[in-house]
Ligand binder design. Structure first.
Ligand code: C2O
Length: 604
């Protein structure tokens, strides 16, 4: 019998659910157009372009309780079982156990000590004026702003060492949450051994947690200079003018914004979204302009291919008690990881920016994350502000911060979804990458390759180690020639399973797909569809006797529905998947193509 549900399964409706079906038809009319942050003359805000559905409105008002119920066929509303990640128990903070380099593993905040009050209060959301974050390449022309910004950071760096607002204490907040200084409540080990670490990367917690982290950091800076309109500048790395490490961080070695531990070769160079330590120009562009186009194309396709299924963009669900192993980062996090590596030094342990334990000691960090945050905001707009994961396990996940009023506060994911609730927004700038940017291959190259076909075999049943040469395998598709309706309902996902990085250092590989000629393929890898990028991290936790408790495996998922249309491969029964390794000791367990139920209809 068909069931109409409300709540997070609401999109899995059948024809027996007239209301939802009607709504879905309405949503299908949505088109992918630049949202509010556009300067095009035809500037329709998202509210005009996208229909806001009632469910989103409820959520906007904090209606998680409504979302947490399930309507049974008999019309009875049952509460759903919820299992959101709980805030850390500050008093149990311990040495950081996940990838912090030696000497950098003491990350606990000063207020975790027993003599201080550690009971968090609910955060009192601000009612202050709306703050507008501006691009870093633009604020450099504004001496008044630059004076305030450098002054605020200087003051923050000069605070007493143990003050929770101190710049280096703020950086430790990132280390504590991201390098395993806390265990999940109820899943504690002893002194960092045997428990399940609380981890803010590699999952759906990544974007909301970093949004809050910046929010509090920004407001503390504002407080230090007594300016309640102060904002962090964002590194607008998605436009040509912003695609270098912002000058405000590189031009003056005596500025509080400067950091010495960086890759100096990358000053004044165009950022390569596919940079890897072993692969200094992953994109292999022939000119700066081409690199700019390739970066924008990468970003555009990451967004376009994940609009139907937020976990592809934001990261896998992670519930209380689950370790971050076997979870996958979203596409935005992968791009962001590459940028961390581009800024940080090439030598291990890649401190500061190339290592999460120390990354937030570089002011570039906050501007990088401000743009990551802005890209999430845009992604939401493209989806008509539809909630990404309409389930309490995400919405009620809770974090603790230290605010600008010197209180230990707790906040939930559901209150982070709209920046205006946190009283900030982003200045409107052009989004050139929204246009059609796919870098076209010339017919010439295509023809040449046909002469050099090679046989490609299946992945096989055993895990494969990535060496220095590309791994190319033939992967069967679940279905060919899918109709529009089918594509609206299900996303074709390429999943690379059981990725294991043996050394705990950084790792990277890039993924390409192409349509084969029977069992043969040309030397061209085809279309770039995404990357696996990892900073130094240790996901394997040891049990009490040094026994491995869970393996540090992870997975990578990439949406292909739109790509296959672009490369005209909808009729292919198999795809040639090419994995191009670029550093790290990586093993993968399998490669699969599957159809996954979309959370929302396709936006074109
Ligand atoms: Cu928590 Cu850019 O990292």
């Amino acid at each position: 019998m068909a069931t109409c549900r409300v709540g997070f399964m609401a999109n899995m409706v059948t024809s027996a659910c007239p209301v939802q079906r009607e709504r879905r038809l309405r949503e299908r009319r949505v088109r992918l157009v630049p949202p509010r942050a556009s300067t095009s003359s035809n500037n329709n805000g998202p509210a005009n372009r996208f229909s806001m559905d009632r469910r989103d409105v409820l959520l906007g008002l904090g209606g998680a309780a409504a979302a947490a119920s399930v309507l049974t066929p008999g019309g009875v509303i049952l509460p759903a079982m919820a299992n959101p990640v709980a805030p850390p128990d500050l008093s149990k903070c311990h040495i950081a156990t996940q990838g912090a380099p030696p000497g950098e593993d003491k990350c606990c905040p000063p207020y975790s000590m027993a003599e201080l009050p550690t009971k968090p209060v609910d955060y009192d959301f601000p009612r202050t004026p709306l703050r507008v974050r501006r691009p870093a390449h633009e604020v450099k022309e504004d001496p008044d702003y630059m004076k305030k910004y450098t002054e605020a950071v200087r003051k923050m760096k000069e605070l007493p060492e143990k003050h929770p607002w101190n710049f280096y204490q703020q950086a430790l907040v990132h280390c504590a949450y991201c390098n395993g200084a806390y265990d999940q409540v109820g899943y504690e080990g002893v002194g960092g051994v045997g428990g399940v670490a609380l981890q803010m990367h590699y999952s759906w917690l990544f974007l909301p947690w970093h949004r809050y982290y910046l929010h509090f950091f920004e407001r503390i800076l504002g407080k230090l200079i007594d300016d309640d309109t102060f904002t962090l500048p964002y590194w607008n790395f998605d436009v040509k003018e912003g695609m270098k490490i912002p000058e405000i961080f590189t031009s003056d070695q005596n500025s509080p914004l400067y950091n010495e531990k960086r890759n100096l070769d990358h000053y004044n160079k165009i950022l390569d979204y596919r940079y890897g330590y072993k692969n200094t120009s992953g994109s292999n562009a022939s000119s700066d302009d081409e690199l700019v186009q390739m970066n924008m194309s990468y970003l555009r396709s990451t967004i376009k291919n994940s609009l139907q299924l937020p976990e592809l963009f934001m990261g896998d669900p992670l519930r209380a008690g689950e370790p971050d192993s076997n979870k996958g980062s979203g596409g935005l996090e992968a791009i962001h990881n590459g940028i961390h590596q581009f800024v940080g030094p090439t030598e291990a342990p890649h401190t500061d920016m190339g290592n999460f334990a120390t990354a937030a000691r570089d002011c570039v960090f906050y501007s990088l994350h401000a743009n990551v945050d802005r890209l999430w905001h845009l992604y939401r707009n493209f989806r008509g502000n539809r909630v990404e994961f309409n389930e309490p396990d995400w919405l009620d996940a809770t974090f603790i911060f230290y605010d600008e009023n010197e209180r230990i506060v707790q906040v939930k994911v559901k209150d982070s979804l709209t920046p205006t609730k946190l009283r900030y927004t982003y200045e409107e700038v052009p989004i050139p990458w929204m246009g059609s940017l796919r870098v076209q291959k010339t017919k010439e190259t295509k023809r040449k390759q046909d002469l050099n076909l090679v046989r490609i075999s299946d992945f096989g049943t055993k895990p494969r180690e990535l060496g220095s040469t590309p791994l190319r395998v033939m992967v069967p598709r679940p279905k060919t020639n899918r109709k529009k309706k089918d594509k609206d309902e299900k996303v074709e996902v390429l999943q690379i399973q059981d990725i294991e990085v043996k050394s705990h250092g950084p790792a990277r590989f890039d993924v390409f797909v192409a349509a084969p000629y029977g069992d043969l393929a040309g030397p061209d890898f085809g279309e770039f569809v995404g990357s696996f990028v990892k900073l130094p991290h240790k996901a394997t936790k040891e049990g009490n006797n040094g026994v491995e408790k869970h393996k540090g495996k992870t997975s990578l998922k990439l949406g292909l529905t739109a790509v296959l249309e672009d490369i005209e491969a909808e009729d292919a029964e198999k795809l040639v998947v090419t994995i191009l390794p670029s550093g790290g000791d990586v093993t993968i367990g399998g490669i699969q193509l599957k159809l996954v139920q979309a959370d929302s209809p396709r936006l074109q």
